[in-house]
Design a binder for this molecule. Structure first.
Ligand SMILES: NC(=O)c1ccc[n+]([C@@H]2O[C@H](COP(=O)([O-])OP(=O)(O)OC[C@H]3O[C@@H](n4cnc5c(N)ncnc54)[C@H](O)[C@@H]3O)[C@@H](O)[C@H]2O)c1
Length: 275
């Protein structure tokens, strides 16, 4: 983790999907940069473990349970952020799924998806982002807070290789642009980050399902190594690479950016999807 320079001092941030992977890294980096963090997740045990790591250091974090697909829970989470942290200045949405767990034979082919499988990915990744963003926006506008939002999209927003996942992540990016337009006059900035291949549970599951339905770990490692070798920077991303982009898009250093997508992707979009 890079040395913190307290760029988010005093900010009150709600983070979805914050119990694991990119969301957990963002929660920890935000706290290290001086933000008070509401860690939200479906798993209370995992979410509280992230809070404990933050609170055992010099940070401040609280937990609130949130399944992003449940509208009432989204409303309650924003209300809890206001009550527990005194308001909401920053939202980061990281909760997401790569594919429906039972889609077969290809988990990422549009034509192999049932209506329920396609809808599940859209529900979590896109509608879940919408619910959290709408609730945060209503609170920020009502209190005259010049807040920020960062949605975790993906390089898949620009690459038609991921079926429902790519559709959902393109939607997330467009949602950021629509909200940037709507909320700009209130001083609220909305941007997206579009990571490439970041070594988390989500990517490891994708690697396993891509190579072999039986889940051969050696083949999955070879698949990951091949992805890394094809990138201009020749390595997979880390959760901290993405957290750095989220800190930047939340800090005053990005004061004139809204409606943008920033790609911590080792050069993937630049080299394969037109920049
Ligand atoms: N890992 C990558 O290579 C990569 C690349 C681009 C984008 N992303 C995006 O990054 C985000 C985080 O993924 P990750 O890679 O850290 O994997 P991850 O599996 O560790 O994190 C995803 C989190 O979302 C949570 N989640 C799933 N459904 C939820 C729901 N209904 N309500 C609340 N939480 C829910 C999971 O429990 C998990 O904690 C996702 O949106 C993913 O699409 C990841």
């Amino acid at each position: 983790m890079p040395a913190a320079s307290r760029r988010l001092e005093g900010r009150r941030a709600l983070i979805t999907g914050a119990a694991t992977g990119i969301g957990a890294a963002i929660a920890e980096r935000f706290a290290a940069e001086g933000a008070k963090v509401l860690v939200t997740a479906r798993s209370e045990e995992a979410g509280r473990a992230v809070c404990a790591r933050i609170n055992d250091g010099s940070g401040q974090a609280a937990f609130f349970p949130l399944d992003v697909c449940e509208e009432a829970q989204g409303q309650a989470a924003v209300a809890a952020c206001v009550e527990m942290l005194g308001g909401i200045d920053a939202l980061v949405t990281s909760a997401g799924v790569g594919a429906h767990p039972e889609q077969a034979p290809s988990p990422r082919a549009v034509c192999d998806a049932t209506l329920e499988q396609f809808g599940h990915v859209l529900d979590v990744n896109l509608t879940g982002t919408f619910i959290a963003a709408r609730e945060a926006a209503r609170s920020m506008v009502a209190t005259g807070t010049a807040g920020t939002m960062v949605f975790v999209s993906s390089v898949a927003a620009k690459r038609p290789t991921g079926g429902a996942y790519a559709v959902s992540k393109a939607g997330v990016w467009m949602l950021a642009r629509c909200l940037a337009e709507e909320l700009g006059p209130h001083g609220i900035r909305v941007n997206a980050v579009g990571p490439g291949f970041v070594r988390t549970r989500l990517l490891e599951e994708r690697a396993l399902r891509s190579v072999d339905p039986e889940g051969d770990h050696d083949l999955a490692e070879a698949w990951l190594a091949a992805r890394a070798a094809a990138l201009p920077l020749r390595r997979l991303g880390t959760t901290d690479d993405v957290a750095s982009a989220a800190v930047f898009l939340t800090s005053a250093e990005s004061a004139y950016l809204t409606g943008s997508i920033l790609h911590p992707d080792g050069g993937l979009v630049s080299s394969t999807a037109g920049g």
